[in-house]
Design a protein around this ligand. Structure first.
Ligand code: FAD
Ligand code: FES
Length: 315
């Protein structure tokens, strides 16, 4: 995994919608096809990198399907592109397909739901720095909170392909069963099998789910689930690495768990982004430098993936 800022061509590229489906109550997965020039850029991308999508031209859905809480803001003009990570990148027969897993959060993602087959979306990317793989690791733990699942599903595939000897275990948490952004319904039977999440099982990766209300899997936070697993599966912490993406409060807890056990940990941070390329300074992440001094890094350019030890979490 190379410093992605050194990879030159970042678009804008035209992505053609090749598939778009709803997953569960409020999640969507859109599949975009990119032409040859973009294909080279995306084909080399790392899990955790992202694209800035221009959704200003996408239509609004009919009024009756707009969630009540978004009615006021839905008509707002979409002036800025919005960042989205990849849940999958596939190079097939000389074509490159990028999949994005998303939920409706505001006016741009609301418009995104109306994209249909053969529509075109402008994408700038791949941007930022993705997850890195330090040598000598034997076990990777992937910890996802809510919408943080997307880049970790991509990472699972990438690590399987690039590091076939690596063992992996995935943990996914959300408030309730409906808030888990996965394809398969999490019925009681599937939860008893360690491979309940098909998105990870397809790479032979065992998974555990956690919900705050106990409606699927472990009752409690995904970080409690992670702690439980670490207690039961003692191994050399120097050979382990934790990768995490999700709400900042969860990332802070994951970072603390990793620090206590001396496990390397990388977290994918989120900030509101305007330019996405290190110019506007809107996406600062408070960090500690190697001398222990407070400093600021840019989520879009230095991240979004950071070593957990350097981040000062704010929530
Ligand atoms: C690197 C990166 C990767 C991302 N990947 C995905 C992804 O794969 N799938 C996905 O669904 N979303 C992803 N997001 C989040 C997505 O970009 C935002 O939710 C986006 O603002 C949606 O636009 P909108 O107009 O629909 O909502 P907006 O009106 O822009 O935002 C809706 C609500 O979310 C809050 N919000 C927006 N962006 C952020 C942020 N960065 N941090 C904290 N709160 C925020 C706003 O304050 C507001 O309350 C990613 C964000 C980043 C920075
Ligand atoms: S979004 Fe502009 S500097 Fe990061």
């Amino acid at each position: 995994m190379v410093d992605s800022q050194s990879k030159s061509n970042k678009g804008p590229f035209a992505g053609i919608v090749r598939g778009h489906r709803r997953i569960g109550r409020g999640f969507y997965r859109v599949r975009l096809e990119f032409g040859q020039s973009a294909g080279a850029a995306f084909g080399e991308s790392d899990a955790g990198q992202f694209v800035q999508l221009d959704l200003s031209q996408a239509a609004l859905p009919p009024g009756e399907v707009i969630p009540a809480e978004l009615r006021d803001c839905s008509e707002r003009k979409i002036l800025l592109r919005r960042p989205f990570s990849f849940a999958d990148v596939e190079v097939k027969n000389g074509k490159t397909f990028v999949e994005i897993l998303y939920s409706v959060a505001g006016p741009a993602s609301l418009r995104m739901t109306t994209l249909s087959k053969d529509d075109t979306v402008s994408a700038i990317g791949p941007l930022g720095n993705g997850f890195r793989f330090p040598e000598k690791k034997k076990m990777a733990l992937l910890v996802a909170g809510g919408m943080g699942a997307g880049p970790l599903i991509h990472l699972a595939k990438e690590l399987t392909m690039r590091h076939p000897q690596l063992k992996m275990m995935a943990f996914a948490g959300a408030k309730t069963k409906e808030d888990l952004p996965f394809e398969r319904r999490l019925d009681a039977v599937s939860q008893e099998i360690g491979f309940s999440l098909a998105e990870f099982a397809r790479y032979a990766i065992e998974s555990q789910t956690a919900t705050d209300d106990g409606s699927a899997g472990f009752k409690g936070f995904v970080t409690d689930c992670l702690c439980d697993w670490l207690e039961k599966n003692k191994s050399d912490s120097r050979e382990m690495i934790i990768y995490s993406c999700g709400p900042e409060v969860m990332l802070a807890k994951v970072a603390e768990i990793a620090k206590q056990r001396n496990i390397d940990c990388q977290v994918s941070m989120e900030r509101r982004m305007a330019c996405g390329i290190g110019i506007c300074q809107s996406c600062a992440v408070e960090c500690i430098d190697e001398n222990g001094e407070k400093t600021y890094k840019l989520c879009c350019k230095d991240g979004p993936v950071f070593d957990a030890k350097e981040v000062i979490f704010n929530f």
